[in-house]
Design a protein around this ligand. Structure first.
Ligand SMILES: [Mn+2]
Length: 441
């Protein structure tokens, strides 16, 4: 498509595409003494609880979550998008921004791409990713909007469309996304569709789901042996009456019907309000069908707010299940962020979000599971709950910061980012984008 000809990686000029290592060292030098004092104090406190701080710091160091390429640009709502300064112009700018996030946090070693938005020559993508030491996580297909180079419209559906020709177009796009991903070292395809209906009676709920399953089986057949396919459910939007893959029950049916290479992807914002998401985690792990996560936060619906900003305890409880079940045979989870940044610098939001997701993981790692099991067996609800919350209440910032310092990332990533002047530098070469209609949500 036309983007392919236009988007080329910039080489050999003076664009700022990285944060200087010396700047991070300088920023860290100003904070290192205080960090070491805080780390020692926390280490002594954890030792009294029978926890070796170094073992926890090693877990924090090994932690990684994928950044979504689309998260580096300003998102928007159905009503409007207000672009920021120095918005990435293409996937190569996005990969530069992802490189900045990883260099400062040391916690985002992979990027999740979206086709067609990120379509480019795979060799160029690999070269740009290598510049930043980045790899590629799950690929995302897109049949929730029309493509300039496709003859048929997805207005009335894609994989579940009532016309076989439109379903085939959607299947072909998913297979092309797999083929691009295979060249990039990705090992999974995430499928989320907007198919559904806006009026009762508009479509046959049963036939529509049958058509969807038939299409997914065709995509499944095209998966390389070492690939997985993730089914991502979402309760509503853009179809507001019914959605084909609306909840984890349907997602589980899909994964079970497709086969061993199929699993469910849970997006934290894709549920009805107050749904017990940690229980869904537990059930899907039990079924051997939890494949991955899209982290974000929400207040009312699929808000795509920054992880940990609204309900940090819920994020902790999800991680508590994941840590509790982490030794389940065959469990292999893809952790990804899926957020829309409307009023912040997307790089700063992604930095803070990655750290908050890691924080919840580390706090969950502090839960005394032997004591918790004992209280559960004794029906001591009060002490069981208190044991859980002891992990959540612990300020693990010194552990997170020490893990970053040791891998050459920043003790205070947002402060280092602001000190670098990266946004102003890229704004000088990335033309200002005009605001407009609704963004992608
Ligand atoms: Mn998602």
């Amino acid at each position: 498509m036309s983007m392919r000809a236009t988007f080329r990686p910039s080489r050999g000029n003076h664009l700022m595409t990285k944060i200087d290592t010396s700047l991070i060292e300088q920023e860290n030098a100003a904070r290192e003494a205080n960090l070491r004092a805080d780390y020692e104090t926390l280490g002594a406190q954890l030792a009294r609880r029978g926890v070796d701080i170094e073992a926890i710091t090693a877990r924090a160091s090994a932690f990684g979550v994928a950044v979504p390429s689309w998260g580096t640009g300003t998102g928007g709502t159905r009503f409007a998008r207000f672009p920021g300064e120095g918005e990435p112009r293409n996937i190569f700018d996005k990969l530069d921004d992802c490189g900045v996030i990883h260099k400062l946090t040391g916690a985002t070693p992979t990027v999740s791409l979206h086709i067609p938005w990120d379509k480019a020559d795979p060799a160029d993508l690999l070269a740009k990713a290598a510049e930043h030491g980045l790899g590629f996580d799950a690929m995302n297909s897109n049949t929730f909007q029309d493509h300039a180079d496709m003859p048929l419209s997805f207005k009335y559906g894609s994989l579940s469309h009532n016309e076989a020709t439109t379903r085939q177009q959607a299947i072909d796009h998913n297979i092309e996304t797999i083929e691009i991903g295979a060249k990039l070292g990705s090992k999974a395809l995430t499928v989320w569709i907007g198919d559904g209906s806006n009026f009762p009676g508009q479509t046959s709920l049963s036939k529509q789901f049958d058509r969807y399953l038939e299409s997914m089986k065709a995509i499944y057949k095209a998966l390389p042996d070492d690939w997985r396919i993730f089914s991502e459910h979402k309760i509503y939007e853009p179809a507001f009456y019914s959605t084909v893959v609306q909840d984890w029950g349907t997602s589980l049916m899909i994964a079970q019907e497709l086969g061993d290479k199929a699993a469910c992807l849970v997006d934290l914002g894709h549920h009805a309000p107050n749904v017990n998401i940690e229980m869904i985690v537990s059930r899907l792990v039990r079924a051997g069908k939890l494949g991955g996560f899209h982290f974000n936060d929400s207040k009312y619906g699929d808000d795509d707010l920054d992880a940990g900003t609204i309900e940090p305890y819920r994020l902790f409880l999800v991680w508590n299940e994941l840590v509790d079940l982490e030794n389940t045979p065959g469990l292999n989870l893809a952790h990804m962020i899926d957020q829309s940044h409307n009023v912040t610098d997307p790089i700063e939001s992604l930095i803070v979000s990655a750290v908050e997701i890691e924080r919840a993981f580390v706090q969950a790692s502090l839960v005394d599971r032997t004591a918790l099991g004992g209280y559960q067996d004794a029906n001591d609800a009060l002490m069981a709950s208190a044991t859980l919350r002891a992990g959540f209440r612990t300020d693990v910032e010194p552990i997170l910061a020490m893990a970053r310092l040791r891998k050459g990332a920043a003790i205070d990533p947002v402060a280092a980012y602001r000190a670098s002047g990266y946004r102003a530098a890229v704004a000088a070469v990335r033309p200002k984008v005009k605001g407009g209609g609704g963004g992608i949500v």
